[in-house]
Each structure stands twice: as structure tokens, then as C-alpha cells.
Write a protein that binds this ligand. Structure first.
Ligand SMILES: *Cc1c(COP(=O)(O)O)cnc(C)c1O
Length: 354
């Protein structure tokens, strides 16, 4: 008897992906992430079903792996010499991992000093060449777009069309698990690739007869980094959530069109609401996400508090793992209580003495 192993997203969803005659055999086990109910959020919102899609359970700890496996497989088909990306961290980690797996050199250009420790640790450990520029993500993206004009250098940012093709598999998994698309989908928006990719996935599945409906898309940007809400790019995006600290989203047009087609919205959430949702997910649901990932849940709570009409079934996409950014977690949680190594002292500091 052979043990069945979970295939990656290319093998499972090949018919929906851009491989005409078979795909390179590339996977680190991406996709197949848990979809779990959130009774705490159902109680708070009055919505019948609230589901959480735990994308932090992907191999490098974010949804970026879904798109990266497809982009790197296509790069292999094209005999790539090097992969290159600009990144606030998670794209770099995913590119470096799949580059290592595929045996292709990876170059990551990151904004100096604003990459979370876990993401930088992964990227370096996977063996990527990391360049830290004294500028923003948007500067880094401008530079790598130009470097990618060289022969054999493949840009793997979400402007690479294969990234979004891979990322749409998350929508397939949600429909496969629930039997149909949810009424609404809540998620954070940075470069706006993921929201566009989900739309491609839901529409693709409906057209293939696998779903009867598509969800209303509800995207959320941090208040200080909300170009799509303001309607124009911003030079100096500010938010603690570095994964969505983006002033000029690369996929703006497709995302805005997707949002309109779904009858949805892109809204801003205050920093404090994201921090509250970040703690709520961990402390009442046992789900540790990075702070950007909490934007969708913050947005859900904000919309319900504003008295919006109640959908029956919603999914919140939790885009990345809390382990990516230990510094924020340590800042937002209680310090350990210091005590000498004896029973009485520990009992006392716990307040358990009679
Ligand atoms: C990339 C990323 C986002 C933003 O996704 P976009 O496709 O850029 O909108 C949100 N959360 C996490 C954890 C990410 O890594």
C-alpha cells in the first residue's frame, strides 16, 4: 500500500492552470489549507456562518506560495537564469523557497529596515541574494522591473501573470470545501493581486459549473496606506502591517474591476481595529496571524458595527502566519512574569496562594 500524500496546487488544479502540455513537477506541499468555523465571530456579528481560511499554513507561511509555485514552474519552462522580486517579505520568502527547490538563483530587493524578522530569516536561509534598499516597496518594485528586462531574469512579483493564476486556487478550495462560493469574502489588500486572483478563481469555477454563485468581494486597506480608497497613489504609506504597506498597488485596475463586478468594496480600517482583530484571533480563536492578515476580520467587525445587511455565509482570508513577525507579537502581548525558581514564588506571582 502506498501512503497518499497531498499533491500541490499544480497537480490538483492543473486543468485550470496555464500549462498546455504538462507541468514541471514542482511542489513543497502548498495549498490544501484549513477552512475553519469561527463561532466567536458568528456570535459577535450575528452572521450564521463565518469561516477562516488559514493561509498561514502554507509551506513558507503565507498564501504567496500558491502563486509562486506556478510562476517558478513557468520560469523553469522558460529556462530562467534567475528569479527576481521586490518584496515587503512574504513574496521574497516564497520566491527564495521555490527558487531553492527548483535550483534557480533568487534575488530579492527589500525596503531596508521594514522587513519582519521571520520573513528575512526565511529568505536568507533559503539562500536568496537579498538587497536592502533605503526606500519603500514601490522604489524596490521600480528597480526590479528594470532588472527583469535582462535575458533570463524572471520577475516573480504579482505583476507576473502566473502568480495570480496560482493564487486563484484558494477560491477553488473554498468552493470545494463549502459546496459553493460564500456570500462574501473578506481579505486584506496591498498590491491587490490576491483579491483579483480570488475573483478569477470564483468566476472560473462558476463558468465550469462547479459553483452557482460568486461572492461579494470585501477588501480592506490600512487607513494610512489606502490608495484605492482615496482613489490615487500615495508616496508614503504608513501602517504597522508591513505586508500591506503599499502606496501604488500593482494590480489596481484588475482588482477594482473585480470588486465592481462582484458588487463589492474596498474600505479602510484603522490601525487600532487591526490590532484588536490580531489579538482577538489569537486569544479567542487560537489563530496566530501576522497583523496585515487581521485586516479582513477588522473589516468584517467594522461593517457589522456599521449596520450593513447580514450575509449568511462569509469567509475571511487569513493571509499569513503570526510567526512571520515575532517583534509585533511580543509587543502586543503580556510580558512573562519573572519569578525565582521555587514553588511558593511561582504560586505567589500567579496569585494562587490562599
Ligand atoms: C502579500 C500579502 C498581503 C497582500 O496581498 P496583495 O495581493 O498584495 O493584495 C496580505 N497579507 C499578507 C500576509 C501578504 O503576504
Amino acid at each position: 500500500m502506498t501512503l497518499s500524500v497531498p499533491a500541490g496546487v499544480i497537480e490538483r488544479y492543473l486543468e485550470f492552470l496555464p500549462f498546455a502540455d504538462g507541468a514541471p513537477d514542482l511542489t513543497i506541499g502548498e495549498g490544501g489549507t484549513p477552512l475553519v468555523r469561527a463561532p466567536v465571530l458568528e456570535d459577535r456579528t450575528g452572521i450564521r456562518e463565518v469561516w477562516l481560511k488559514l493561509e498561514g499554513c502554507n509551506p513558507t507561511g503565507s498564501f504567496k506560495d500558491r502563486g509562486m509555485v506556478v510562476a517558478v514552474a513557468k520560469a523553469l519552462e522558460a529556462d530562467a537564469r534567475a528569479l527576481i522580486c521586490a518584496s515587503t517579505g512574504n513574496t521574497a520568502a516564497a520566491a527564495a523557497a521555490y527558487g531553492a527547490r527548483a535550483g534557480v538563483m533568487t534575488v530579492c530587493v527589500v525596503p531596508h529596515g521594514s522587513t519582519a524578522a521571520g520573513k528575512l530569516a526565511q529568505t536568507r536561509m533559503f539562500g536568496a541574494r537579498v538587497v536592502a534598499v533605503t526606500g519603500t516597496f514601490d522604489h524596490a518594485l521600480t528597480i526590479v522591473r528594470q532588472l527583469a528586462e535582462r535575458d533570463g531574469v524572471i520577475l516573480v512579483n504579482s505583476v507576473n501573470p502566473h502568480r495570480l493564476e496560482g493564487q486563484k486556487t484558494a477560491a477553488f478550495e473554498i468552493v470545494d470545501a463549502l459546496g459553493d462560493a460564500p456570500d462574501e469574502l473578506y481579505l486584506p489588500v496591498g498590491n491587490a493581486g490576491n483579491i483579483a486572483a480570488y475573483w478569477r478563481g470564483f468566476v472560473g469555477y462558476r463558468e465550469a459549473g462547479r459553483a452557482t454563485q460568486t461572492p461579494v468581494l470585501r477588501g480592506f486597506q490600512a487607513e494610512g496606506a489606502a490608495p484605492m480608497v482615496l482613489g490615487h497613489p500615495i508616496d508614503d504609506p504608513v501602517t504597522q502591517a508591513s505586508a500591506i504597506r503599499i502606496g501604488n498597488p500593482a494590480n489596481w485596475e484588475e482588482a477594482a474591476a473585480a470588486c465592481d463586478a462582484s458588487d463589492g468594496s474596498i474600505e479602510a480600517v484603522p490601525e487600532a481595529a487591526m490590532a484588536d482583530a490580531y489579538r482577538l484571533l489569537a486569544q479567542e480563536m487560537g489563530v496566530f496571524v501576522e497583523s496585515a492578515s487581521a485586516a479582513g476580520v477588522a473589516g468584517l467587525l467594522q461593517r457589522r458595527a456599521g449596520g450593513s445587511a447580514s450575509p449568511e455565509r462569509v469567509v475571511c482570508v487569513l493571509t499569513g502566519s503570526g510567526l512571520k513577525d515575532p517583534d509585533t507579537a511580543l509587543r502586543e502581548s503580556d510580558d512573562p512574569i519573572a519569578a525565582p525558581p521555587d514553588l511558593d514564588a511561582v504560586t505567589r506571582v500567579l496569585g494562587w496562594s490562599d
